[in-house]
Write a protein of this length. Structure first.
Length: 196
């Protein structure tokens, strides 16, 4: 299967970018589609990490205001994983080490990749690298974030059992956190080691 990028035009460039693509792609029957237009949101890529303390069976989440949730949630302060945008020439692993300190005050002791995935490929190029990390939950902050990034973060340290309840009752409502907590639940149910 092939596609043709006929033209790519920049529509907007600010905190995020928006590009317009003129495309044609091969169809499953072997013919080609007519040329069509799609706008693609160029947000950049991110890395996120589920912080856990295996010995104490605790999980660390962060809570912060998210403008993208204003229209669809009654409360736009979301419970999420520690995460950050991947800067140019930065690895996803470097991002989660940096963000763990900035957003929760904790140092990563062990790190394992869970997966990577496309957020919404029908309209954005964003890819997420998702990790799990071992930390000492006694050393986390109550509040964190960088002033120059307008971050105001509340840190939550809860038991794994409580995290699974948050998953079931809808308190966790964003993809990266849902995926990570479901992954953790599967590991526990199947008695798999987190640290291969």
């Amino acid at each position: 299967m092939q596609f043709k990028l006929v033209k790519k035009e920049k529509l907007y460039s600010g905190f995020f970018r928006l590009n317009q693509y003129l495309l044609s792609n091969q169809l499953f029957n072997g013919s080609w589609s007519p040329v069509y237009t799609r706008e693609v949101f160029e947000r950049g890529h991110a890395a996120a990490v589920l912080l856990i303390d295996s010995k104490r069976e605790e999980v660390v989440f962060v809570e912060q205001f998210r403008p993208g949730a204003i229209e669809t949630e009654t409360n736009p302060w979301l419970v999420e994983l520690v995460a950050g945008m991947i800067e140019e020439d930065e690895t996803p692993e470097a991002v989660v080490y940096r963000e763990a300190i900035e957003e929760s005050g904790s140092e990563i002791l062990k790190l394992r990749k869970i997966c990577e995935y496309l957020v919404s490929p029908g309209g954005t190029t964003e890819r997420i690298w998702l990790y799990v990390a071992e930390i000492n939950s006694r050393k986390i902050a109550d509040y964190a974030g960088l002033d120059d990034e307008n971050e105001d973060i509340r840190v939550h340290c809860i038991t794994m059992k409580e995290a699974f309840k948050w998953l079931e009752n809808g308190q966790i409502n964003n993809a990266m956190t849902l995926i990570a907590v479901q992954w953790l639940k599967i590991q526990q149910l199947e008695h798999r080691s987190l640290w291969l």
